[in-house]
Ligand binder design. Sequence first.
Ligand SMILES: Nc1nc2c(ncn2[C@@H]2O[C@H](COP(=O)(O)OP(=O)(O)OP(=O)(O)O)[C@@H](O)[C@H]2O)c(=O)[nH]1
Ligand SMILES: [Mg+2]
Length: 461
Amino acid sequence: MKTIPIFAIIGHPNEGKSSIVATLAQDDSVAISSSPGETVQLQRFDLKAGHEAVIEFIDTPGFQNPQTTLAWFRKNEALGETRVQRFIETHRKDPDFHHDCELLRPLLQGAGLLYVVDASRPMTPVDVAEMEILRLTACPRMALINPKSGETRFLESWKTAFRQHFNSVRTFNAQTARYPDRIELLEALKSIDQDWEPALSRAIELLRLDRKRAVDRTAEAIVDYLEQALRCSCSSFLDKESGGELERRRLEDEYRKKLEKIERRFRDETRDIYGIRRVSVELPKNSILSEDLFSERTWQALGLNQKQLAIAGALLGAGIGAGADIAAAGITFGVFASIGAALGAGSALWKGKDLARVKISHLPLGGLKLTVGPNVSDRFPFIQLDRFLLYALFISNWAHARQETSVKLGGGEVKQGPSSAWKQDELKRVTRFVRAVRKGNGEEIEAAGRELRQLLAGVLS
Ligand SMILES: Nc1nc2c(ncn2[C@@H]2O[C@H](COP(=O)(O)OP(=O)(O)OP(=O)(O)O)[C@@H](O)[C@H]2O)c(=O)[nH]1
Ligand SMILES: [Mg+2]
């Protein structure tokens, strides 16, 4: 028998039991559906810290026959503590009581109960019967209000009934709960049975460590992928000038796809770190992250404000930073004059945002080399960082019960990325890393990378 705390989640069909299990166990494989009766048998889900199961949650179909069950419980009061066991023995083979037996079975293992109610609807006699059965089982139990809508007219009567039947009452929204809300609920579970305190404290401690590991891994991933994005470039060789314009466009396209791939890989890795197994997590429509890296809105909403940019520019040093920004706008043609006009006019893709410049070099043995990237703009590293951080924040606060997304990241002219709050010290950490990558200095990349990871871990936690 396991020694970890076990909780069975009980309640009416469609009130959000499975949603609560998904969010608490951090498991998006729990079946959630808008049609009642989705869960038809007990299912066990472990909440894990690393590979270790620390709490078990049992999803149930809810009561099948609460009023008759209650009558039996009342009639057999004399059985005392053995009542649950005797109820199961007596009704085990009766199909009319299949769910009732199943959901009470975990109590024999010492499980606690979480009774889930959507308190935006009125209370019925069936609810009262269910609550009464749970009270008579005398097991540790908590009422969880999962508000599916904003209706509060019935809330007070529910709360009064809960106080009579449960050791504790909490509100918990399975779809919007973030990491701190989950921890808070686990902390509250200690109060319903003192015997669980040590095991729950240990579970919470392990979960905190696990969370810290996830944050550190994410920060490390951001630094790695930022380095890749900063280095990203594409080149090709031409034997003659004709066809240069076409080749430039192809390279720009390739460069763009390469950067997109870097972001995609980062996003996959982040979802993996936070145990989100769904192939894709749809971003909110109004999220700045729904825009691609190359859009005008991205460059307006993310990255640094003018004042910060002046500091970052100085830190990056003219010639690499501010100077290159200007150089990028007016592409270096060299002697490649014949397609020069076309190149100058052709950078519409980057909307004058200096995403990458095109370099043309003459090769000693004839022919030409065309290169797009790496990006040398002062703004680019911060925009890229904001995109990584916003996505990581979004994912790390994802409730596993969530069926759709509705997060607002604001809008309008204000800068929306975490980098907009950075002062000189933070800007220094970023620019030091960027300079090291641009210089290709391995030791310096390592040292600056460590400092940047710390900064990012702070933002993520
Ligand atoms: N708006 C809103 N919808 C919710 C919330 N919690 C659950 N739902 C939705 O309610 C429906 C039922 O959720 P489930 O978690 O499957 O409910 P259940 O109690 O397990 O249902 P059965 O297994 O059928 O008894 C799903 O469509 C959920 O997405 C909530 O907090 N807010
Ligand atoms: Mg269910």
